[in-house]
Design a binder for this molecule. Structure first.
Ligand SMILES: Cc1cc2nc3c(=O)[nH]c(=O)nc-3n(C[C@H](O)[C@H](O)[C@H](O)COP(=O)(O)OP(=O)(O)OC[C@H]3O[C@@H](n4cnc5c(N)ncnc54)[C@H](O)[C@@H]3O)c2cc1C
Length: 421
């Protein structure tokens, strides 16, 4: 643990009564609030971690008495010191909207299960919301053994402040070794806020997760513009935090006989202290026309080889006859031929369809990281050396302007035969 590095002390007259930020930051419950809203520190409980000093917006706290008094904004103080034996368990923070969980959360329980097995520890799911109890059973079906449930009106809509306070509270109380979140808009926001508040490491957009014999989470993700895959370790801080994009990990098979312990926690931040209020929720109306390529089973994707926006009509015909959707490489998106919400790859979406047909796409690494896990990949390219053929299940070398209409025609004919038979 942090040892004899002194204790926190309140500087007279500086506390602004901001609302318990110091109290919430303390991992040892060494801080209580007096009637005036100022912190009272129990020196015998304080371990000198300095988190309250960092959390205080008014610099009203300081460290005293220890050999190495903690400086504000010092980044190198490990939370909990070098001995991490008290940190146990793999957690997934479940993302939900109006009581419906994001599929990525269940995907993360799948990889979380593997990590937990290797560490001989429990797999936990954190569910925060209002009237979200039914999600506990769903989390159990996807493998959670412990469900930490925070159900209160203050969590009805996602807000960084309330959800961050909730996750930090649970982490300080139960000390999980690993915390995983989906790399969605909400997950990215929450993970960054939590990691900052806990002064720990976070690796965003991982494409692979494993664990070594020392308990270090091996967090693999593209780096340097996607030209290399980097494996990142968080050796000196806990918990180890990572986000993973939807569809990167497979959805685990639901358990037939799930069983989980539900740990209900009454922690709820005071609504009056949360500056952001949700007045109305509006759904974005974009170019996607309601299409989510990440959820599609069949994708017909086009690249620079398509040559124009108009030529995407060829792909739409093929997608229609197959019951699929159209997607694209970044080159096609940058050229303005199709909307960004259809982009597959490192700076677009990750997809894992049953069938991915790549037309006029070379197969750059930044594209491949977004679609390489597709079940069947068909590549159509006039260049026999195009890198896309290295990962294709079936490759067709030739002119897409001849091949795509032929494919559409042929499938239509087969469909017609099937209907009349
Ligand atoms: C930081 C960073 C992030 C990036 N993120 C992404 C990303 O998210 N998604 C992404 O896709 N890219 C991304 N890129 C860009 C990526 O490096 C490639 O430039 C891009 O994927 C290439 O797109 P393309 O395959 O359509 O075009 P090209 O590489 O130009 O390939 C066009 C292909 O079409 C073939 N072709 C041409 N005419 C025909 C024809 N008539 N019939 C059949 N084949 C034909 C050619 O042989 C060629 O292989 C990123 C790059 C960087 C640096």
């Amino acid at each position: 643990m942090t040892g004899n590095r002194g204790v926190a002390r309140l500087l007279p007259g500086k506390c602004i009564g901001c609302g318990e930020r110091c109290l919430q930051s303390c991992p040892k419950d060494a801080i209580a609030m007096d009637a005036a809203g100022a912190p009272v520190i129990a020196p015998e409980r304080c371990v000198g971690c300095g988190l309250c000093v960092r959390a205080c917006p008014a610099q009203a706290l300081e460290m005293t008495g220890g050999a190495g008094a903690v400086q504000v904004e010092t980044a190198a103080d490990p939370v909990g010191g070098d001995d991490f034996s008290a940190w146990r368990g793999v957690w997934v923070v479940v993302e939900q909207f109006a009581g419906v969980a994001a599929r990525v959360s269940w995907e993360l329980l799948g990889v979380g299960r593997e990590l937990a097995n290797k560490r001989h520890t429990d797999l936990g799911a954190v569910i925060i919301g209002h009237r979200v109890e039914p999600l506990a059973a769903e989390a159990a079906r996807y493998g959670a053994q412990v469900v930490y449930l925070l159900d209160a009106p203050v969590y009805a809509s996602y807000r960084t402040a309330s959800y961050c306070a909730a996750v930090c509270h649970l982490v300080r109380k139960h000390q999980p070794e690993i915390v995983l979140l989906g790399a969605t808009g909400q997950g990215r926001d929450l993970a960054g806020a939590v990691a900052t508040r806990l002064a720990t490491g976070l690796t965003a957009d991982c494409t692979g997760l494993d664990i070594d014999e020392r308990g270090f989470l091996l967090q693999t993700r593209p780096a340097f513009g996607g030209n290399i895959m980097a494996t990142i370790l968080c050796e000196r801080f806990r918990p180890q935090m990572a986000t993973v994009r939807p569809k990167v990990m497979p959805l685990p098979e639901p358990l037939e006989r799930p069983s989980a312990t539900v740990v209900r926690d009454a922690f709820a931040p005071d609504e009056a202290l949360i500056a952001v209020k949700v007045l109305e929720v509006l759904r974005a109306q974009g170019e996607s026309e309601g299409v989510d390529i990440a959820a599609a089973d069949i994708i017909v994707a086009g690249g620079r080889g398509l040559r124009s926006r108009e030529n995407f009509a060829l792909l739409r015909e093929l997608a229609d006859v197959l019951g699929g959707v159209v997607a694209a490489s970044r080159c096609a998106v940058d050229a303005g031929w199709i909307g960004h919400d259809r982009q597959v790859g490192q700076t677009g979406k990750t997809v894992r369809p049953k069938l991915y047909i790549a037309c006029g796409i070379s197969g750059a690494i930044q594209h491949k990281v977004g679609m390489a896990s597709s079940e069947v990949i068909v590549a159509i390219n006039s260049d026999p050396d195009a890198p896309i053929f290295q990962i294709a299940t079936y490759g067709i070398v030739g002119d897409l302007f001849r091949i795509v209409p032929l494919l559409t025609q042929h499938i239509r004919a087969l469909r017609g035969e099937a209907i009349s038979a």
